[in-house]
Ligand binder design. Structure first.
Ligand code: GAL
Length: 134
């Protein structure tokens, strides 16, 4: 289980974060977490191949003081085990916009409300290829 943590990312409103990664073959799911810490996550972006009863579904949520908020689910799922993916996450102050490789665009509210997040975690059976902020 890979677990990459970045503690000083400085991802600010107006910026776009590009994450490239590669889920391992047999990966049940992985997550990109953006926020302040493991317990305070503004964006939990969690593609599930087969996890917690979900098949090929993206689950998004936030976490405050360790408590999960309400989940948002997406039906588009342009991810394959063993194949590299690219996601673009834009911080639009009040919300995040996530662009996937099939052209779908997902919006998720910025429930923590901050305009800067320093923490990013890549969680699960996934290899980090690169991150870029613009
Ligand atoms: C839970 C899962 C967490 C997280 C959360 C999102 O069931 O254990 O890892 O994905 O759902 O709401």
């Amino acid at each position: 289980m890979a677990d990459v943590k970045v503690q000083n990312l400085a991802f600010r409103a107006g910026q776009t974060l590009k994450v490239k990664g590669k889920p391992k073959s047999g990966c049940s799911g992985f997550a990109i977490n953006l926020g302040h810490s493991e317990n305070d996550v503004a964006l939990h972006f969690n593609p599930r191949f087969d996890a917690h009863g979900d098949l090929r579904t993206i689950v998004m949520n936030s976490r405050q003081g360790g408590a999960w908020g309400s989940e948002q689910r997406e039906s588009s799922f342009p991810f394959q085990q063993g194949e590299e993916f690219k996601v673009y996450i834009t911080h639009n102050n009040d919300s995040f916009e996530v662009k996937l490789s099939d052209g779908s665009v997902i919006h998720f509210p910025n429930r923590l409300g901050d305009d800067q997040f320093l923490y990013m975690q890549l969680e699960g059976e996934v290899q980090l290829v690169s991150i870029h902020i613009k």
